[in-house]
Structure formats: structure tokens, C-alpha cells
Design a protein around this ligand. Structure first.
Ligand code: AMP
Length: 405
């Protein structure tokens, strides 16, 4: 059992993450193909012995080429793990109303994931590519692929938070409702926070800010998701890398009826050309924007809007929590690495009882998974996202259940 490992594939909207993990959640290999869709694509991976390697691609690559690179890397350079892979765990963003739990990937499940692509058009197609390539490169494991859904964790959100104020018919007949996303990491962060707080998970109340290229926020009441900012699709809510987040729906009518922009193009504008990219007119990548924060007025305003929208959400989530909060958590690429963002947010919500320790906030960039609050503050933690471990342990569980049947 010691030697048996799971390959975890997390095909996101702008990165492909992969890892090799055993049933004790020990990570042997962890890697990412980053900056996909830009001209500076690179693959980075870290081995158990901490040797870090980077490979630069000569040009922009497709997801298919990225996946081929990963499978070849495993086969050629990490044969000892490759030969011990007993299953593959895939992160899938949207399971729709029909899939509410982690599932072994069968033909029926694949059809349902495909059907749910309308709810997550930037993600589910990439997740499907991950599955398709895993079946291609590891054909002997074709019945050992498991899908872990981001929507599962949010199935506890009550009707008052998941229904939209449109005719009820659209929910009854077409299942139009809030589904949320980032659920795998929210589950992981909730478990980790309960441990840090030394509390039972079922009495833990949190506000978790998952700030990455896609960004969302979730209110956790007694260990369960009670409300979240992403909606029917991952387009609603916070300002994101390229997604607009909350919007007056009439803007869409205006773009379509008055400006005569075709609906397909409007979709592209709101999903791929908006958010930090649209506002800054420079880039969606926070690392680049942060560097120019002081010198470029457009970058400054886009970061300020990002922080303003997020702080409004944090304040509003005191409602589902009934004011009883145990901690505020920052996670995701921006949440974990940007002291600037954390400083700006906390300043806006100080009146709620949050007080930032400025030194800890800066040092935290080098030492994740720790607190950044002053003594007399509501606890504030930075916790590194770890969807991969969660996916691996769920995959082991499902495969074990299958063996026992
Ligand atoms: P994720 O989607 O969680 O992988 O996060 C991606 C986002 O995190 C991108 O906007 C990155 O620019 C941002 N990010 C990653 N590393 C850093 C860093 N060291 N400082 C600021 N932002 C970062």
C-alpha cells in the first residue's frame, strides 16, 4: 500500500497542476504548467528531495500539449511513481444539480460533466481534456478515474441563498440557481482552520476568501457552506483575473441592443476580457499588476476596485454567520502571496474587529499557514490552497469502496 500512489490532475482556467500523492497524503511530486495562454509558458515541478526543475516552452502551448508533457515527464523521468499509479483524481468544477458527490468516472458521469459545461465554460472543458488524456495515456486505469466536484461542498447552501429572484419556474424546470465553486479547497481550508483554531469542525464559523485567477468568498457556518459569491457559473461575485463578477444584467442588454455587440462576443468580453485585465488594460496576472501598482493609475484603480468589492462581501457575510465568526482566511495565489491585498482589505474592515499585524503580514509571504492578526483581533489566517491532497484522499476512498464491492 505504501508504494501505491494517485495522480492528481487539476486542469484550471489558466494552469495545469499535477501531483503524485500516497494514501497518507505524502506528496512525492508536485508541478504546474503556468502562464498557459501567454508567450512565456513554463512547466515547474518539485520532487520529494526538494529539487526544483523548470522547463520553458518555446511558444504558447495548448492544454493538449501541456498534458502530453506531463504524462511523458512521469513516464520518462519518474518511472518509479508512474508504475505505481493506481488511480487518477480529477478536479471538476461543475457537477450541476445532478452530481452531488465524488464519483467514479463512467460514461454516464462523463456525459453529465459535459452537460454541466454550460455552467462552467472556462473550466469543465479543460477538466474533460484532463480526463480524456488520462484515459489515453493510462489506458490500463480507464476504470480508475475519479471526479471530485467543486460544487459538492456548496450543496448545503440554503434556498434563501441559492435562489435568484427570477420566476421560480426557472429553478423548478431548469435548475437555475447558485452553485458556487472552489468547493474542494473550501473543504480543505475549513478542516485546516478548525485544527488551527483547536475547534470541532461542526462548531467552526469562518469567512474564507479564495483569491486566485478565479476568485470567490464563502461563509462557513458550523463547518458547512452557507453562502458563496460564485453563482450559476463562476462568473458572478468578486472581480477576477479576466471575469467581471457582479454586474447589472441590464449592461448585457445595453451591449446587445444599443451597441449591437453579438451575444457570443459579449460572453467573451465578460469572461475573458473583463476583471483586472479589463480594468487595468494591462494584464490579468496579479504579479504583474502589483509591480506597477504605484506607477500606473489604471493598475491602481483596478486593484482598489478588487479590494473594495471583496471587503463589501466580507462585511455582508456577517449576516449568514449571525455575527459569530471564528476566523477570516485568505487562500489562493493572490490571497496567499499578496501582502498588499491583505493590508488593503483589512484596513477597510477594521471596524468589524479585524486588526492586522503588519510584520506578520509581510513575513507571511515566506511562511504560509500562519496567523497575521494582532492579539485583540478576530483571528486572520493565511492558508495555502491544497486542492490536490483533498482530491487524492477522496480518490483513495472511492477506489477502496470499489474494491470492497
Ligand atoms: P491561482 O489561480 O490560485 O493559481 O492564483 C493565480 C493568481 O495568483 C495570479 O493572478 C497570480 O498573479 C497570483 N499570484 C501568484 N503568485 C503571486 C505572488 N507571489 N504575488 C502576487 N500574486 C501572485
Amino acid at each position: 500500500m505504501e508504494k501505491k500512489v494517485i495522480l492528481v490532475l487539476n486542469c484550471g482556467s489558466s494552469t495545469i497542476k499535477f501531483s503524485i500523492i500516497n494514501f497518507k497524503k505524502k506528496i512525492f511530486l508536485k508541478g504546474v504548467i503556468d502562464y498557459l495562454k501567454t508567450s512565456k509558458v513554463c512547466a515547474m515541478w518539485t520532487h520529494l528531495n526538494f529539487s526544483k526543475e523548470i522547463f520553458y516552452f518555446k511558444k504558447k502551448i495548448t492544454y493538449k500539449i501541456g498534458l502530453k508533457f506531463i504524462f511523458n515527464l512521469l513516464k520518462n523521468q519518474f518511472k518509479k511513481y508512474y508504475n505505481n499509479i493506481i488511480g487518477v483524481g480529477h478536479r471538476v468544477v461543475h457537477g450541476g444539480e445532478e452530481i452531488k458527490k465524488t464519483s467514479l468516472i463512467t460514461k454516464e458521469i462523463l456525459i453529465k460533466i459535459k452537460k454541466s459545461s454550460i455552467y462552467a465554460p472556462l473550466h469543465n472543458p479543460n477538466n474533460l481534456l484532463g480526463i480524456k488524456n488520462s484515459l489515453k495515456y493510462l489506458p490500463h486505469l480507464s476504470d480508475k478515474n475519479v471526479a471530485i466536484f467543486d460544487t459538492t461542498f456548496h450543496s448545503t447552501i440554503p434556498k434563501i441563498a441559492f435562489l435568484y429572484a427570477i420566476p421560480y419556474f426557472f429553478y423548478k424546470k431548469h435548475k437555475i440557481r447558485r452553485y458556487g465553486a472552489h468547493g474542494i479547497n473550501y473543504l480543505y481550508i475549513t478542516q485546516k482552520s478548525a485544527v488551527l483554531l483547536n475547534k470541532n469542525i461542526y462548531s467552526t464559523n469562518l469567512i474564507i476568501c479564495h483569491l486566485g485567477n478565479g476568485a470567490s468568498i464563502t461563509a462557513i457556518v458550523k463547518g458547512k457552506s452557507a453562502d458563496t459569491s460564485m453563482g450559476l457559473t463562476p462568473l458572478e461575485g468578486l472581480v477576477m483575473g479576466t471575469r467581471c463578477g457582479d454586474l447589472d444584467p441590464s449592461i448585457i442588454f445595453y451591449l446587445y441592443e444599443i451597441l449591437k455587440i453579438p451575444i457570443k462576443k459579449i460572453k467573451k468580453i465578460l469572461m475573458k476580457k473583463s476583471g483586472l485585465l479589463g480594468l487595468s488594460e494591462i494584464n490579468s496576472d496579479f504579479r504583474i499588476l502589483e509591480k506597477q501598482y504605484k506607477d500606473n493609475i489604471q493598475t491602481e484603480i483596478s486593484i482598489k476596485i478588487f479590494c473594495y468589492r471583496l471587503s463589501k462581501y466580507i462585511a455582508s457575510y456577517f449576516v449568514p454567520l449571525n455575527g459569530k465568526i471564528d476566523a477570516l482566511i485568505f487562500t489562493g495565489g493572490i490571497g496567499e502571496n499578496s501582502g498588499l491585498i491583505r493590508k488593503k482589505i483589512i484596513k477597510k474592515i477594521q471596524f468589524l474587529g479585524f486588526k492586522l499585524d503588519k510584520i506578520k503580514n509581510i513575513n507571511n509571504n515566506f511562511q504560509k499557514n500562519s496567523s497575521i492578526h494582532q492579539e485583540k483581533s478576530i483571528p486572520i489566517f493565511v492558508i495555502a490552497a491544497d486542492e490536490e491532497k483533498m482530491i487524492a484522499s477522496e480518490t483513495f476512498k472511492i477506489l477502496k469502496n470499489c474494491e470492497q464491492k
